[in-house]
Design a protein around this ligand. Structure first.
Ligand SMILES: Nc1ncnc2c1ncn2[C@@H]1O[C@H](COP(=O)(O)OP(=O)(O)OP(=O)(O)O)[C@@H](O)[C@H]1O
Ligand SMILES: [Mg+2]
Length: 325
């Protein structure tokens, strides 16, 4: 049994126009020390998936439904109190999207990192402070940062604080939602190096959320490409980058600027699907240059393109059938 198993996870929001399924049947698994990248454009449901795993959802959430097993525990069937005590913070923890810009401006950084340890972890103040100093060191910050306020730190330092907060209770799995999107490229590279080191040294499992496939490939072992609330392609990093098997993944790769090539980056025509009224058939079909009749009519299943690599595209049906022969 894998350390994290997610089976057919679904989550909707109740809106004036009906139910909006932001996570619409997602399955994957993860082992200790492995990193999965969730990649997709804005509104594809990446944060919703992460918040469903954390069970931190807005009031209008409907669900989550499905199975989430963490460390052998059925996380969705636990009561809220038990989930808080046994899972959130010490099995799974999260650095939220935009968190580096929403640190409490009037509270010293060290106290902010210590808070979850004392409030949820039941650790004494002196123990918590010692742990915070160790965490600051672990994420590459001088211990004097303990006494500083957020506005006294650079963006990169604030992001390190967010990572320290996520790690402070020694979770086995950390979800980082767009941890480097607000940073310039050189600081981004330093944070990526930090994540690689933490993954290696702590044997940490990581779910890394980004819209940037190239960035995800830097730290991740697996990539799940999300489109319109669904995983459209998932597989090992090598396979997904070298043999992208869903037209949306192909477009994502082609839309990245290329430094040394003269060709212009491609763009993805059309707009992301309206999740309150998604297109029939494959959700990418209105934007797909390969789409045929079946694509507009029937939603494809995930076809296996190679071991551990699947794509939700009718184009892969023949290859998959051949592979099974
Ligand atoms: N509380 C809510 N109520 C209604 N709809 C919501 C709510 N939160 C998110 N949504 C919708 O759910 C969909 C998925 O949103 P989500 O924030 O998970 O996407 P995302 O992939 O994280 O996007 P981004 O890259 O911009 O962070 C979007 O259509 C969004 O508008
Ligand atoms: Mg998001």
């Amino acid at each position: 049994m894998a350390f994290l198993e997610v089976e057919d996870l679904r989550l909707a929001y109740v809106t004036d126009r009906g139910l909006l399924w932001a996570v619409d049947g997602t399955s994957f698994s993860l082992e200790p020390g492995e990193a999965l990248g969730l990649v997709g454009e804005s509104g594809s449901g990446k944060s919703s998936l992460a918040l469903a795993l954390m069970r931190l959802l807005p009031r209008n959430a409907h669900g989550p439904e499905g199975v989430v097993r963490m460390d052998g525990i059925e996380a969705l069937s636990l009561g809220e109190e038990e989930f808080r005590r046994r899972i959130r913070g010490n099995v799974i923890s999260m650095g939220f999207q935009g968190a580096m810009n929403s640190l409490n401006p009037v509270m010293r950084v060290g106290h902010q990192i210590a808070e979850p340890l004392m409030v949820d972890g039941g650790v004494s103040k002196s123990e918590a402070h010692a742990k915070v100093r160790a965490m600051l060191e672990m994420v590459g910050l001088p211990t004097e940062v303990f006494g500083r306020y957020p506005h006294e730190l650079s963006g990169g330092m604030k992001q390190r604080v967010v990572i320290a907060m996520a790690l402070v209770r020694d979770p086995k799995l950390v979800v980082l939602d767009e941890p480097t999107s607000a940073l310039d490229v050189s600081v981004q590279a330093q944070i990526m190096n930090l994540l690689k080191r933490l993954k290696r040294e702590l044997g940490l499992s990581l779910i890394f959320i980004t819209h940037d496939l190239a960035l995800a490939s830097d730290v991740c072992d697996y990539i799940a490409v999300i489109y319109g609330g669904r995983v459209v392609e998932i597989g090992g990093i090598e396979g997904v980058l070298r043999r992208p098997s869903h037209p949306y993944t192909e477009k994502l790769l082609a839309s990245a600027p290329k430094l040394r090539k003269s060709e212009q980056p491609d763009f993805i025509p059309g707009a992301p699907p309206d999740l309150l009224d998604p297109p029939a058939g494959c959700r990418f079909s209105p934007r797909c240059s390969y789409a045929t009749d079946i694509c507009f009519a029937e939603d494809p299943p995930l076809f296996t393109v190679e071991t551990g690599h699947t794509a939700k595209c009718w184009l892969r049906q023949d290859a998959a059938t051949e592979a099974a022969d």
